[in-house]
Design a protein around this ligand. Structure first.
Ligand code: THU
Length: 147
């Protein structure tokens, strides 16, 4: 399957290989002078297109943004609102897991069976679905007061 073939199905290993490679490369551009913890993220949209993000920190610490948020913003800016697979990579002893806020951002744009692969630079991996990452997610139905 090429990088740009549309896909409704779960990601195959080859899809993850190219996402890992893209996330690894873009991670080098992360702006993380305060934590010195660079993170890269790559998303495969339903269309097959790939979107990249890095963490972008700020001297006013809470203004920093995570790599996942950057990749999701790139996807939405390109006109897509669904990803089917994601990779997050960092230089860490165990695979980096998305923070709570990013889990909520991921569930906004990924179906519960969308796959998220987390990996260290050395290749230690962990894979979870979006649904598993955020059980009990806050969703639109919570705001329906007619029920
Ligand atoms: N960070 C991410 O970009 N993604 C994650 O999944 C975990 C944490 C960033 C935020 C901050 O710039 C740095 O890593 C340390 O928390």
């Amino acid at each position: 399957m090429s990088n740009h073939a549309p896909s409704d199905t779960l990601a195959e290993p080859a899809v993850f290989d190219s996402l890992i490679s893209a996330a690894r490369t873009v991670r080098e551009n992360a702006y993380a002078p305060y934590s010195n913890f660079k993170v890269g993220a790559a998303l495969r949209g339903k269309s097959g297109a790939v979107y990249l993000g890095v963490n972008v920190e700020n001297v006013a610490y809470p203004e920093g943004t995570c790599a996942e948020a950057g990749a999701l913003a790139a996807m939405v800016a390109a006109g897509e609102t669904e990803f089917v697979a994601a990779v997050v990579i960092a230089d860490c002893p165990t695979p980096v897991t998305p923070c709570g806020g990013c889990r909520q951002k991921l569930v906004e744009f990924g179906k519960p069976d969308a796959q998220v692969l987390m990996t260290t630079l050395e290749g230690q991996q962990m894979q979870m679905t979006v649904g598993d990452l955020l059980p009990g997610k806050f969703e639109k139905s919570h705001m329906d007061r007619s029920k």
